[in-house]
Design a binder for this molecule. Sequence first.
Ligand code: PMP
Ligand code: GLN
Length: 379
Amino acid sequence: DRSGPAKPQTTIFTVMSALAQRHGAVNLGQGFPDESGPEHVIEAAVAAMREGRNQYPPMPGVLELRQAIAAHQRDWYGLDPSVEEGVVVTAGATEAIAASMLAFVRPGDEVIAMEPFYDSYKAAVELAGGTIVPWRLEAPAFRPDLDRLASLVTGRTRMLLLNTPHNPTGTVLDRAELEAVARVAIERDLLVVTDEVYEHLVFEGRHEPIAGLPGMWDRTVSIGSAGKTFSVTGWKIGWATGPAALVDRVKGVKQYLTFASGTPFQYGIAAALASGREYFESYLAGYAERRELLAAGLAGLGFTVYEPQGTYFITTSAAPLGYEDGMAFCLELPERCGVVAVPTQVFYADPEPRPEVRFTFCKPLAVLEEGLERLRKGL
Ligand code: PMP
Ligand code: GLN
């Protein structure tokens, strides 16, 4: 038998972006901005290339970037990862997630993850031989049920895989929720891997890393990415930070996945992370305006809109428009309206039909307006 294991399904992002291209649709599906990152960031990467920084970086990442990541964690959150031993640069957050699962999850282990969950989580847990255990966030509020979390922990639970701000619901865990999660992690001696790639996109409340809570540093790996914050998703520069003992395990796997990647981009992101607070403020303000426009527009069209506290996604329900199956709705939408969105049922362990549909607002206002106009005409 040469077939090997079953081929995984093609991701929803590939499927939907292909449909967008085929129909010339406004792509509010896959989350990538239309505009490139700030000029000084692009220039820093170009300068690195021209200076001949085009060979392999050190496996854990170039020193300047590790310093910048450690400084970012310190300046924003009061965390203090060691530049030498507590930071590893990865090929996007995606590699940091995969390496963390392969580093810590043993065959038969269970990993509890907030559901709906970003699609690579389940795949990465399963690559490691583990099982993902969904901890569901229920509409309409999408808040975590903390009693339920405690009841999901078994003798096989190895890890809590958190995501805040949360894709696709936009939920941002507040201090009390983080404290409750931390209590479970400490009582049941669990590792925590926390995906915080939308840390700079919080509209209500504030982002707080669970790694900073009492008793959590030594058991937590925090994952970040430059893709969203600096509008350079194609550069695929991400990172994991934490205590030396855990980051060492992540590096142990990462060295055999990619070894290292993206030298000039790493220099670009070192410059990006050194941007003043004004950059982060205007980035957030720009997205706040987009969020308002898209949320109001979709509500006006009859969708139920679940306003996100963070991220650049809005989860809606198409049920008031007569759709109980978000997948059917999204497959029809490009041809019918010239708009692409993503059905969130693909982010559930059990992909039964659900009416929720995710739209991204990481597009210029004019593109969002065009998308809304097309929906208005076609729906
Ligand atoms: N985690 C979440 C929650 C995401 O939304 C994304 C990007 N869509 C990633 C991880 C992957 O990030 P990167 O592009 O840096 O690999
Ligand atoms: N993170 C982006 C999203 O959720 C897309 C990532 C990807 O294309 N794999 O839409």
